[in-house]
Ligand binder design. Structure first.
Ligand SMILES: Nc1nc2c(ncn2[C@@H]2O[C@H](COP(=O)(O)OP(=O)(O)O)[C@@H](O)[C@H]2O)c(=O)[nH]1
Ligand SMILES: [Mg+2]
Length: 280
């Protein structure tokens, strides 16, 4: 379906119009199967690829896999871990696809995971226990109901965070304010790792960054493209084992830099607006 068709049903870079799924059939209990919905009387089958960027997360994988609903495919993108993350993933979930990223950084891992995904929908979820696997269904539902991008938010009602630090919260608010002013969005969160998108938008998004700024880039590109973005409430737990790979200052600067680059690309270089393009 062309992007334009979606756009008619939502506000610019806003939220999907309420076209609720009428009835849900039970999900198949096996991996490799689509999820089935009944939408406005029609049966909709979607295959869900869960993409897990993981760098030294061997100790956290069991809890994640245990509570992940059965999906079409799980892709673990290993970031050159030295703790046996890839081997552990394979031992715990032999049907999972384990790929080793060719470059470095979470953004590079997510791009390579998205390139490898063969499902209709890609759901990005952290490996460290921060994201609730039970929420995957919320993200998929938002897409099935008409959104192009389901964007997790810790700052919506029913969302929250036990992981965010004061400095990160402040940086998030400042950069989010700029994004909302520049792009007319109403984002309540920015740079949060739990998101889902139709894989057919992969080429349209043209993701071209390698670090923790990847989520911000996804959110900005989706807004620039006029995609329908629905925020989904999400609760962020503290990471279970290990410590964060993110450095608030270094990565905050990278996030600010990608925002400036996008603004320059659109306004200073007067690049043709991305909106006119379609994915068909
Ligand atoms: N493959 C890969 N995964 C990464 C990399 N950096 C972080 N991750 C994963 O991305 C997720 C979020 O990273 P984390 O360090 O917890 O950052 P935080 O959640 O922002 O504090 C975790 O699952 C990490 O293992 C990387 O360079 N490569
Ligand atoms: Mg984390």
């Amino acid at each position: 379906m062309a992007i334009a068709d979606f756009r008619q049903r939502g506000t610019h870079a806003g939220f999907a119009s309420p076209t609720p799924v009428e009835r849900r059939r039970p999900r198949p209990a096996a991996a490799g199967e689509p999820w089935t919905y009944v939408l406005n009387g029609a049966t909709v089958r979607v295959t869900v690829s869960v993409i897990v960027p993981a760098r030294n997360e061997a100790a956290n994988l069991a809890a994640l896999f245990d509570s992940l609903p059965p999906v079409y495919e799980v892709i673990v993108v290993d970031g050159h871990s030295v703790d046996g993350t890839a081997e552990q993933a394979l031992a715990l979930m032999p049907e999972a696809r384990i790929i080793t990223q060719t470059g470095r950084g979470k953004g590079n891992a997510m791009r390579e995971g998205l390139d490898a995904a063969t499902g209709d929908i890609a759901v990005f979820i952290d490996a460290d226990g921060s994201n609730e696997p039970g929420e995957v269904e919320r993200f998929v539902l938002a897409l099935v109901n008409g959104a192009d991008l389901a964007k997790g938010s810790r700052f919506l009602e029913r969302g929250g965070s036990a992981d965010i630090t004061g400095i990160r919260r402040m940086g998030n608010a400042a950069l989010r304010g700029i994004v909302n002013r520049m792009y007319g969005t109403r984002f309540t969160d920015l740079a949060y790792g739990f998101n889902a998108v139709w894989t057919r938008h992969r080429d349209l998004l043209e993701l071209d960054c390698n670090g923790f700024e990847i989520e911000t880039l996804i959110h900005i590109r989706a807004a620039r493209l006029g995609l329908v973005i629905e925020e989904v409430p999400s609760y962020e737990n503290q990471r279970t084992v290990g410590s964060t790979n993110l450095h608030a200052l270094r990565d905050g600067i990278r996030i600010a830099a990608v925002l400036i680059r996008e603004i320059a690309d659109q306004h200073v270089n007067r690049r043709p607006e991305r909106e006119g393009r379609s994915d068909t």
